[in-house]
Design a protein around this ligand. Structure first.
Ligand SMILES: [Zn+2]
Length: 242
């Protein structure tokens, strides 16, 4: 990537009045978090997309929890990368206002970001299948965890296929998208709805969209700048210019 593009992007970021970042699987992939898409999409003999559903949980909660426990163990071994840490640093310095992420791995928070909206939930969060209890695990689940209040089964507090997104989270997401004058889109192919429409909302409200991705995406044609490469390399390079 040429230094002229980097300086141009650094200038847009430093002039921004309300900067947000939208992140997807690509930023986690640089920390070796499995994406469960494509060739990563299998666990034992199960298709990941068939385990992350309400009907799979109703049929076999033990199996679904075993899969989540395995994923929690993997993620506990992964570390936030320099893209996560640069975003956390920018929040601390008042450059970045919010991170909106499709990832459930919690790496933004572990890197130090506090203003994070997790569109698909959080792999460590739980909710009761019967009452309104919400909680968090601090170690991978051992069997099917039970609600401390009513004793019913807990489930992972993530959004499964066929489920709608959390209404309160989405209200906050749309408010951020409308407020932003610059949005960084990092490591997301912009194919999965509703996240695919997020950058378009920023554009419709007059904001700029800067895309960071290792490859071109359907979004690349409409963004203000496409930065090709690993975000763990490009973001620190931009940071050094701020
Ligand atoms: Zn309960």
């Amino acid at each position: 990537m040429d230094s002229e593009t980097l300086s141009h992007v650094a200038q847009i970021i430093s002039e921004s009045e309300y900067l947000i970042a939208l992140t997807g699987a690509g930023i986690s992939k640089e920390s070796n978090v499995p994406t469960f898409r494509g060739e990563d999409g299998m666990w034992r003999n199960y298709n990941a997309m068939e385990l992350a559903t309400p009907s799979a949980f109703a049929r076999n909660p033990e199996l679904v929890w075993e899969w989540y426990s395995w994923r929690q163990g993997l993620i506990a071994e992964c570390k936030p990368n320099r893209a996560h840490s640069t975003l956390a640093k920018w929040e601390e310095r008042g450059i970045l206002n919010y991170v909106i992420t499709q990832n459930v791995d919690g790496l933004h928070r572990r890197a130090g970001s506090a203003n994070v909206l997790e569109v698909h939930g959080d792999l460590w969060a739980t909710k009761c299948t019967e009452c309104s209890h919400h909680g968090r695990l601090d170690a991978p689940a051992d069997g099917v965890p039970k609600c401390p209040e009513c004793g019913s089964k807990l489930r992972p507090d993530v959004v499964w296929f066929g489920e709608s997104l959390d209404r309160d989270v989405m209200m906050s997401v749309y408010a951020e998208l409308e407020r932003a004058d610059v949005c960084l889109v990092i490591g997301t192919s912009a194919l999965v709805q509703p996240a695919a429409s997020f950058p378009l909302i920023v554009k419709q409200c007059g904001g700029k969209v800067l895309e960071f991705n290792v490859e071109e995406t359907p979004l690349s044609r409409i963004v203000d700048v496409h930065l090709s490469g690993r975000a763990g390399e490009t973001l620190p390079r931009i940071d050094s210019l701020l």
